[in-house]
Ligand binder design. Structure first.
Ligand code: ZN
Length: 196
């Protein structure tokens, strides 16, 4: 059912300048300078840009790889073989975590619901935390107001993840960035923290 939906029910229009390589270029970053790419989950709109990173180290939660939800492997680049990491640590309210850097300032945390093992990436800076929440919700207000965002593998897991994200944001100054919310970029520039 999910596969039928993903392959027949919509079409994306992505202009060339909107693709990730051009977006990075505009910021003065070349794709071959990117050391690692972290995939939060395997949905088509999160993996389609992989073709711009043919030699880059790609990280995926092993559990997500082994039990994907609504993935489209036919869109993976040829010979795609990411590093599968196990989230055996814990971080704050998140029971499953993986420290990406030695400095422990980039953390992959399991935030399930949207898919069974969906992940988010938390970047710790001196001023605050930047929480890349991927598709936990589509707009920050959904998580703050506890409004179900739809399109989830599990409502129950999603609700639990919402509660953990709110708890995290109560304890830490956090800028929350869902993948699909245009206003998130503004919050990052203006350092607008979540008030949960
Ligand atoms: Zn998704």
């Amino acid at each position: 059912m999910v596969k039928w939906f993903n392959t027949t029910q919509y079409k994306f229009r992505v202009d060339r300048y909107e693709e990730v390589d051009r977006q990075l270029q505009a910021l003065g970053i070349s794709t071959d300078k990117v050391r690692s790419v972290i995939l939060t989950h395997l949905h088509l709109d999160h993996i389609d840009g992989l073709r711009h990173f043919p030699n880059t180290h790609i990280i995926v939660n092993k559990a997500e790889w082994e039990k994907p939800y609504g993935d489209l492997p036919q869109l993976y680049p040829a010979g795609f073989s990411p590093e599968l990491v196990e989230l055996t640590d814990a971080y704050d309210v998140f029971e499953k975590a993986y420290y990406v850097t030695k400095a422990r300032d980039i953390v992959l945390v399991q935030t399930p619901g949207h898919t069974w093992h969906h992940c988010s990436v938390i970047l710790k800076t001196e001023q605050s935390h930047v929480f890349f929440g991927a598709d936990i919700c589509y707009e920050q207000t959904q998580v703050i107001e506890d409004k179900y965002s739809g399109a989830n593998a599990s409502h129950k897991l999603s609700k639990d993840t919402y509660a953990r994200v709110r708890a995290f944001c109560e304890n830490h100054k956090t800028i929350y960035i869902p993948s699909h919310e245009a206003a998130a970029a503004d919050r990052l520039t203006r350092l607008q923290y979540v008030v949960a």
